[in-house]
Design a binder for this molecule. Structure first.
Ligand code: ADP
Length: 369
């Protein structure tokens, strides 16, 4: 079917009639304030002509200006202000003969002032309103654009890291095959190079795996459930059972959340407490405190600590304070923690000083679970 046919089929007689009806209805709705304004103006003028209204005439015409403000026409207020001013002047022509002239002039001047002050005020109000509407529209548009670009970025990170895994796996397995099958035939130099290649590939695999985790915080998220943080703690302790570390806790609360993401969060923080140890035995303690509207959970360690000037930067993706030779890692862990907490309506920060251990704090909103 061609474009022409599609256009023709949507333009049915029914559509035309209903559009015409709605246009007619809108016109009636627009005419109503015009008719009302005219009626009020004529009434006021007649009253002014027949009686001596004094300053009251100004107040009455101010009402007309406000009525004109409801008319859907760009110049309605201007036109109303000019018409009212002319009528005030015409009314003046019928002023009483005798010594009351100064009173009439004062009254008419006050009326004109009231009319034009109201007009200026309404026009300013309209301009401010128009600006506000435009600002709101711009804000909505940039919000939409930002949301879309966020989705695109997430998809890009996910697809890029996911699709990179397959060729990397091939490189890794073929290099390992080379190492195993040609061990005796290769020079020691070639063996070292192969080892470097395997190391590099492994690092890249870790990086891609972490990047995928980062992208999946939003794309592979599960609905919130009641999650007992004591159970989360137990599963984290199991992961680090082999490490030379003492991991303890106070009683932890039940919160609303995505259990696998909360395990990931605590595992990252406890894991860092163990990785960045300063002495032989790492000590990590997890505790909780109930606030007015959120739980405050802290993960304290006795490790190398962090210079306070890096307190913000360490939560950025790929930000590391050490080389891979000093401590292995990709610099994605804390960025994932921050993303998980943003999804849970919480936030994360650190308090620390160099050589004095670090305490990571995060909040989780108090919610019905
Ligand atoms: P990674 O550990 O892979 O480098 P993270 O995002 O988990 O990445 O941490 C970022 C940086 O923050 C780390 O490189 C480290 O320098 C610092 N850091 C994180 N946790 C701790 C900690 N408990 N003690 C000291 N430094 C830490």
């Amino acid at each position: 079917m061609s474009d022409m046919q599609i256009t023709a089929s949507t333009d049915s007689p029914y559509t035309c009639r209903s559009a015409r009806e709605s246009g007619f209805g809108a016109r009636i709705r627009n005419l109503l304030p015009v008719a009302l304004t005219l009626l009020i103006t004529i009434t006021i003028f007649i009253c002014d002509w027949l009686t001596e209204l004094g300053v009251a005439i100004g107040v009455a015409y101010v009402l007309v200006i406000w009525m004109a403000n409801t008319i859907q026409h760009r110049h309605a207020v201007w036109i109303a202000a000019i018409v009212c001013s002319v009528l005030v002047f015409v009314g003046f022509l019928k002023s009483p003969a005798g010594g009351e002239l100064w009173k009439v002039i004062t009254n008419r001047t006050l009326s004109l002032t009231a009319i034009w002050l109201t007009t200026v005020f309404i026009l300013q109000l309209r301009t401010a309103n128009r600006r506000l509407i435009k600002l709101n529209r711009d804000l909505t548009e940039s919000n939409d654009a930002l949301a879309q670009s966020n989705i695109d970025l997430q998809q890009f990170a996910y697809i890029a890291s996911h699709d990179l895994q397959t060729p990397l796996r091939h490189i890794s397995s073929f290099v390992q095959l080379l190492q195993e099958n040609y061990k005796d035939k290769l020079s020691s130099e070639a063996t070292t190079w192969i080892e470097f290649t395997v190391d590099g590939v492994e690092q890249m695999q870790t990086l891609i795996r972490d990047l995928l985790t980062f992208a999946r915080v939003e794309s592979r998220s599960r609905p919130f459930d009641a999650v007992d943080l004591n159970d989360v703690f137990d599963s984290v302790v199991d992961v680090f059972a082999e490490e030379n570390a003492t991991i303890t806790r106070d009683t932890l609360p039940v919160v609303a959340g995505d259990s696998s993401q909360l395990v990931h969060l605590l595992q990252n923080l406890v894991g860092n407490g163990i990785k960045y140890r300063s002495g032989e035995t790492a000590q990590v303690h997890v505790s909780a405190e109930r606030g007015d509207d959120a739980w405050l959970i802290s993960v304290r360690d006795n490790g190398i600590g962090i210079d306070p000037k890096h307190n913000e930067r360490i939560f950025e993706i790929f930000r590391r304070l050490h080389t891979s030779q000093e401590y292995p890692g990709t610099g994605i862990g804390l960025a994932v923690c921050r993303r998980i907490l943003a999804r849970h309506g919480g936030r994360i920060w650190v308090e620390s000083s160099l050589g004095d251990g670090a305490t990571f704090y995060f909040t989780l909103p108090l919610q019905e679970v």
